[in-house]
Design a protein around this ligand. Sequence first.
Ligand SMILES: [Fe+2]
Length: 434
Amino acid sequence: MPDTITSESNTSTGSVDLASPVALGTWTDPVMPAPLEQHTLAEVRVAEGILPPTSEADWSLPAGPRIHVDHAGATPRVLLHNGETDTVLPALWLRARSPDPSQRDVITGQRLMNPHLLPDDLSLLDARIDARGLQLAFSDGFSGHFDPAELIAGAVLDEGCPAPLPWQADLAPQPWYGWGDLSDDGVLHRALRDYIERGFLLLHGTPTQADSILTIARRFGFVRETNFGSFFEVYSRPDSTDLAYRPVALGPHTDNPYRNPVPGIQLLHCLQNETSGGLSTLVDSLAVAQQLQQEDPEGFALLASVPVRYEYRDADTWLVAVQPMIELTGKGAMMGVFYSPRLDDIPLMSDADTRAYHRARKRFGTLLSDPRFELRFRLEPGQLMMFDNNRVLHGRTSFDPSEGHRQLQGCYIDRDSPRSLYRVLSRRLGAAVA
Ligand SMILES: [Fe+2]
């Protein structure tokens, strides 16, 4: 491998020998940095398996998507090879992704041109792999370099975060982390990966001052203030406006399905627990919905399509949201649920449709309460659980307030912040982005 720089800034003077110390006048520094092995972008992308080597005889690439150019036809084609499939990257799609400073702001990375203004008949005139990556020329006169890794990321819609891993009651180990350990970026990165994969995180050793939950929440994102305030207390209050403030058992549910948007992440922080009951429960809706879909695909489809009305009222607030109980992405992938049997009202349907929906909802509710899907544990003072409010349902067993104090505090943060932090730490730590 060459150990010379061949980047644009050095092309006018040829290569630079990094092994030779650079004269620094009278400055005497006995410690020179070790010579770095420098590679062109194309060499790096070959090593990563993103570009093919220049010699087909050397073809031995790691698994994963890669870019190659086909010159067999009248015009060149850029192809994404992924598994057994080759996908043509259209000229319009490629052209809009130009990183050239004339097309995209170099600081923000945001596009400077409007892709809808490109010619309808735009075509690719030339495509070559060179020392800087992928050189493309288009019929509108534009030509420039493209980073194959960025094209692959755009093609496979890689969000830079690991995929969710559904879990059941036998999940082991559970994602417990010490609050003090999260000051280490590596530990925080692992905790965030666990959170993204499992949809929840458990912390111990947290501070237990009256508003410590806000300090903890701000380690992961921005606090979402609601009509309940920036955080809320969960303890027994006979005159409360929500059943969460009574000592009754709470079945698995998601919070605030009547909001738009719904709070993405909830933190529940234990400050005192002198009761023998009040055990906390968590259930992964992804695992439960998978089971329902296997048993009853039509019932699953009903819960994912019929709009349900969720409502909250008190003296100063009247919130209403209408959305299906099961939340899917545009591609049909399961995101989570809006589930609170105390709050949901189904629309007026025919008697037959109402009965069909009833059967699906009953089976879903039964599965959500099935012990094989439930984690059940006691939160001690200084312990906290943070969970995706749509994916992981939470609940608690009943408790007897005459046994002693039980005080938890809760607050919400948005869903995107921990994922953003995970990507930033991945970049900073040089970790492979899942
Ligand atoms: Fe709740």
